[in-house]
Design a protein around this ligand. Structure first.
Ligand code: ZN
Ligand code: ZN
Length: 288
């Protein structure tokens, strides 16, 4: 039984970060083998979520977070991950994989902390690296499986469009679908519209044919007031939208994309907003 992630009180920044005594990383045990970490908004306004899933023989970390907004403070991610494993009955015996939903800097920056860690592999950042590691030669088609063992085979499939190496990850044990920066309660930026539209369709089809209980993304930028986003760069979000999204929101994203079809435009909905980046418009016009 997984904890109710919708009712977790996440760290969410402070009116004055100099006065904040939030930890740099909050760790929530969703179940004894599933951890959700959040980076403090007072460290990085992106305040990424990080997911740590443990199987019988392998553990996998999705994303390593971004640099500090100011100064050269270090994020204690490796220490946090090691502390979780040290406290876990199988922690000593697990091989660690450090992987990414995609290659944006706020998802990969602290990879280097794991480079010298024993029994640890880091997934590379190029599209070739990602295709090879997950065994997805037909990118962006195809579906791959990575078995953490102990009844935890993860399903992975490509969802480019926000970023070219983006993947979705389904965990059958918990019913969690990790949707990275393609779907979360916030501003979804699109750099390749045809790819993003196809990825939204792929997510929707997957959710319709698998026991997906919730989509979990890697940021929160929407408030509890439908359609009201916090300003970009906000370091205090006192009334955040819950992290988990119902499967119906996956379908909503797909329908919103299909309604725009070949005329994408920025639009705000209750749970998310879509922002078409200039290069996506340029590519539709055939500028490159
Ligand atoms: Zn991103
Ligand atoms: Zn991000």
């Amino acid at each position: 039984m997984i904890a109710d992630l919708a009712s977790v009180r996440w760290i969410h920044g402070a009116p004055d970060c100099a006065q904040s005594d939030d930890p740099l990383i909050q760790v929530i045990e969703a179940d004894p083998d599933t951890y959700v970490l959040r980076i403090s908004k007072c460290f990085s306004f992106e305040a990424n979520f990080i997911y740590f899933l443990l199987g019988a023989e392998r553990a996998i970390l999705f994303d390593t977070g971004g640099p500090a907004d100011s100064g050269n403070r270090a994020l204690p991610l490796r220490d946090t991950v090691d502390a979780v494993l040290n406290a876990h009955p199988r922690g000593d015996s697990l091989e660690l994989i450090v992987a990414h939903t995609h290659g944006h800097r706020d998802h990969i920056h602290w990879d280097f902390q794991f480079r010298d860690r024993p029994d640890t592999s880091l997934v590379g950042l190029t599209l070739e690296d990602v295709k090879a590691f997950w065994r997805l030669p037909d990118w962006p088609e195809g579906v791959a499986t990575l078995d953490l063992l102990g009844g935890r085979p993860l399903t992975v499939f490509p969802i480019p469009g926000h970023e070219p190496t983006h993947i979705a990850v389904f965990d059958p044990r918990t019913g969690i679908l990790l949707t990275g920066d393609v779907l979360y309660p916030g501003l979804l930026t699109v750099r390749d519209w045809p790819a993003f539209r196809a990825s939204a369709r792929r997510l929707s089809r997957f959710a319709a044919t698998h026991p997906v209980h919730m989509a979990l993304g890697h940021h929160i930028e929407m408030s509890r007031t439908p359609g009201r986003l916090y300003p970009l760069g906000a370091t205090w979000q006192p009334d955040e939208h819950p992290l988990p999204l119902e499967p119906s929101v996956i379908d909503h994203l797909h329908r919103a994309c299909e309604a725009m079809a070949d005329a994408p435009h920025s639009a705000t909905f209750d749970t998310f907003a879509i922002e078409i980046m200039p290069e996506a418009e340029a590519s539709l016009r055939g500028a490159w």
